[in-house]
Ligand binder design. Structure first.
Ligand SMILES: Nc1ncnc2c1ncn2[C@@H]1O[C@H](COP(=O)(O)OP(=O)(O)OP(=O)(O)O)[C@@H](O)[C@H]1O
Ligand SMILES: [Mg+2]
Length: 423
């Protein structure tokens, strides 16, 4: 069953699962009608390690979004990310086979030539355990003329393309799909999380000038570098917000859960920026008295770990053979972008302009998703909408790629029971 004008983004993260329901309006714009969040416990570093725990969180997040929007969901655009993602650049060249237009045998580039050159560019040999996720054209070259965005209908003899190819672990992708299917939903497509986040927060100008989107997640920090309008590099650092929490837990000798609460309450990585240095009260364990910790002390623990993450992202960025610096600088998304002082800290390390990537405003429940932590989920809705339109410009509904028997969410199971019993 199709979602009937609804587009659902499902961001399966290491610490949280977010479901966002978008509705395509008559004007063709997107309105967000439902948002659901559930804690995630079945993933490690972006990879599913416990299917049962993950599927329960998926059901909880989608149920919450369904409740808010009052609409039932059947299929979703699911994000994939983490350490197993890899991006490489490749190129392909073909002879144009379009019809002769005059006696000089000039040829017009048709859609089949573009499809063929992309096929050649993607024909790399990947190990058996890798799965192709995205093949994104960066630029086309027609008869040695570079910098062409859309070569359709151009006259030429040789068509060349440069592409960014993204692969992922085949097992991780299958496990992710399995979780969503067993939760009772179909996966329209897996979409790279940073590609989706980029769709929600980056401007065309930033992509053109060159920009690095850095997603500060709970399990990993994922980067996507755009250059001259297209994705250029994709990489992941296996350190995230959980390591920051771990540091607080070790230094303050408190549980991981209490350290997480302290981190979120302090919400700061540069102590000097705190207007007032209040205490955070941590419950005492086993009848011990509560322990007050000043926010500034938490910020002092957060700062070096966050700085280390930025340095690792920068080292990789510096190793890229870019012809000029990224004019668009750095855009931060994910939960780590919520820290007070994160822009200042990142700017010190990257020595580039830095900003927070809040999702660009859409219609609907804006106050519910106006946060960098929602960038990926909102981007999945936007990317899903574009892919649906491309597949079926008339109706804008996509045929799901994956079909497997589904278990059904509580919402759906109740509905099935009502139908059986009363109709
Ligand atoms: N207000 C906040 N201030 C600081 N950190 C926060 C805040 N809210 C959430 N976080 C942290 O952000 C991280 C979660 O971010 P996010 O939801 O983007 O990650 P995820 O998508 O679950 O993980 P990943 O993308 O790595 O799979 C956690 O480490 C959490 O502690
Ligand atoms: Mg994430």
């Amino acid at each position: 069953m199709a979602n009937d004008g609804l587009i659902i983004g499902l961001d399966i993260g290491t610490t949280s699962i977010r479901a966002v329901i978008g509705r395509r309006t008559e004007k063709g714009t997107i309105e967000i009608t439902g948002v659901g969040v559930s804690p995630s416990s079945g993933l490690r570093k972006g990879v599913v390690v416990n299917i049962e725990a993950t599927l329960q969180s998926v059901v909880a997040a989608i149920d919450a979004a369904e409740m808010m929007s009052g609409r039932e969901v059947h299929s979703c655009w699911t994000g994939i990310g983490g350490s197993h993602i890899d991006g490489v650049n490749s190129r392909g060249v073909v002879a144009v086979t379009g019809q002769s237009r005059d006696e000089k045998e000039t040829r017009e580039i048709g859609p089949e030539d573009i499809a063929r050159v992309l096929e050649v560019a993607r024909a790399m040999v990947f190990p058996m355990d890798r799965q192709l996720l995205e093949v994104i054209p960066q630029t086309y070259i027609v008869d040695k003329q570079p910098g062409i965005r859309d070569p359709l209908n151009m006259i030429g003899v040789a068509l060349e393309v440069e592409v960014h190819i993204i692969t992922c672990s085949a097992n991780s992708a299958q496990n992710l799909i399995k979780c969503v299917n067993r939760a009772g939903f179909r996966v329209n497509d897996l979409v790279l999380q940073t590609l989706a986040a980029g769709r929600a927060v980056l401007t065309a100008e930033e992509k053109e000038l060159g920009v690095a989107l850095v997603d500060l997640g709970g399990g990993t920090t994922d980067a996507m570098v755009y250059f001259q309008g297209a994705p250029y590099s994709t990489y992941s650092i296996p350190i995230g917000g959980s390591e920051i929490t771990q540091d607080i837990s070790i230094v303050k000798n408190i549980s991981f859960e209490n350290a997480e609460k302290a981190k979120i309450s302090a919400r700061c990585c540069i102590a000097d920026l705190l207007e007032t240095d209040e205490d955070i009260i941590i419950e005492g364990m086993g009848g011990r008295p509560p322990m007050p910790i000043p926010k500034s002390e938490i910020a002092l623990i957060v700062r070096p770990r966050l700085a280390e993450i930025f340095r690792l992202v920068k080292d990789k960025l510096d190793s890229l053979p870019l012809s000029r610096p990224l004019g668009g600088g750095i855009v931060l998304t994910g939960g780590g972008a919520e820290f007070l002082g994160v822009v200042e800290l990142a700017a010190q390390i990257f020595r580039m302009p830095v900003r927070i990537g809040n999702p660009l405003p859409l219609g609907g429940l804006q106050e519910k998703y106006h946060s960098p932590i929602f960038a990926t989920a909102i981007g999945l809705v936007l990317e899903g909408n574009i892919r649906e339109q491309e597949k079926n410009p008339e109706r804008g509904t996509a045929e799901p790629r994956v079909r497997e028997p589904t278990a059904g969410s509580p919402f759906r199971r109740m509905w099935e029971w009502i139908k059986r019993e009363f109709f």
